[in-house]
Design a protein around this ligand. Structure first.
Ligand code: C2E
Ligand code: CA
Ligand code: CA
Ligand code: CA
Length: 274
């Protein structure tokens, strides 16, 4: 086609990002059509800070592409969002996590599962109906579910999302602000946004042993949150030394590799519930 009798060799290595994205979206679509083949939820333990006792889990999506193998959610979630597939996939994630939570509450009635939401899902007109019906069908009290949304999105669409969050809280769900400290927001969001839990981003744990800023930041945010009636969860605690330092700040919950990596349902039960 290019003329002059030339021949070109195709190599995957020269696939541009754009082409890779297009291909991945097609594979995502195919996985979804085949009843979410290749999709799975992993669960990472969330512990009570003072005791280290497992009190809940965050559901984290995993996807095995039949062509490219395991793809990080940091790559496939944005693709689901760009293609609009997040609406369907997000429903599957929510429903799967709710049904799992129901099974785990038979052993521990107060066990919570935290579910990540994309702002696109929240802005769907049937979002509130969907979450309500899903917990009702699973016979699970909404109080066992925490929905997480990143700080940046809470700021961007603040007014609309605030109204929806007030409704979702009135149904009994808890709301968590994810990745706190990474956005451009002022501390005012802590006062104005209807969230029950603030999740401090893992980047603030990295420095707690080396510099005083991160440790002070954590103590300061915990004090501020408690003052306005919010609980705090700290992500990214990886070592015993980090745990010892941050535990003193009086925060409620911790999530991090020190207490456990995300694992599949069976492994979660074996390790943390039996
Ligand atoms: P996130 O919501 O902030 O989830 C926490 C991420 O930090 C997870 O990465 C988890 O494996 C990782 N992590 C947990 N503890 C530690 C630690 O101690 N050290 C370090 N370095 N990392 C830790 P993962 O599973 O790769 O997920 C990445 C992101 O993808 C999530 O960040 C979330 O924004 C998004 N995501 C994952 N699953 C879903 C989903 O079901 N729906 C939506 N909308 N987004 C999701
Ligand atoms: Ca999260
Ligand atoms: Ca986070
Ligand atoms: Ca670290």
């Amino acid at each position: 086609d290019h003329g002059k009798n030339r021949m070109y060799c195709f190599s995957e290595a020269i696939l541009s990002h754009k082409e890779r994205d297009l291909l991945l979206v097609e594979f995502l679509r195919e996985s979804i059509e085949q009843e979410y083949k290749g999709f799975q939820l992993y669960y990472q333990p969330q512990v009570e800070a003072a005791t280290g006792r497992v009190i809940g889990a965050e559901a984290l999506a995993r996807w095995e592409c039949r062509e490219f193998g395991s793809i990080s959610p940091m790559e496939f979630i944005p693709l689901l969002e760009k293609s609009g597939l997040i609406i369907q996939a997000g429903k599957w994630i929510f429903k799967t996590a709710v049904e799992q939570c129901k099974r785990w509450t038979r052993r521990n009635r107060s066990f919570t599962v935290s579910i990540n939401l994309s702002y696109l899902q929240i802005l769907e007109p049937d979002f509130l109906d969907f979450v309500k019906t899903t917990v009702e069908e699973a016979c699970l009290p909404a109080t066992n579910i925490v929905v997480e949304l990143t700080e940046t999105l809470l700021v961007k669409e603040n007014e609309k999302i605030t109204r929806i969050f007030e409704k979702i809280q009135s149904m009994g769900f808890s709301v968590a602000m994810d990745d706190f400290g990474t956005g451009y927001s002022s501390l005012g969001v802590l006062k104005n946004t209807p969230v029950n839990i603030v999740k401090i981003d893992k980047t603030f744990v990295d420095g707690v042993e080396k510099n005083s800023f991160d440790a002070t930041f954590i103590r300061f945010i915990v004090a501020l949150c408690h003052d306005v009636g919010k609980e705090v969860c700290l992500e990214g605690v990886e070592t015993a030394a980090e745990y010892e330092i941050v535990k003193g700040s009086g925060l409620e919950m911790i999530q991090g590799y020190y207490f456990g990596h995300p694992v599949n349902r069976e492994e979660f039960e074996e390790r943390y519930l039996n």
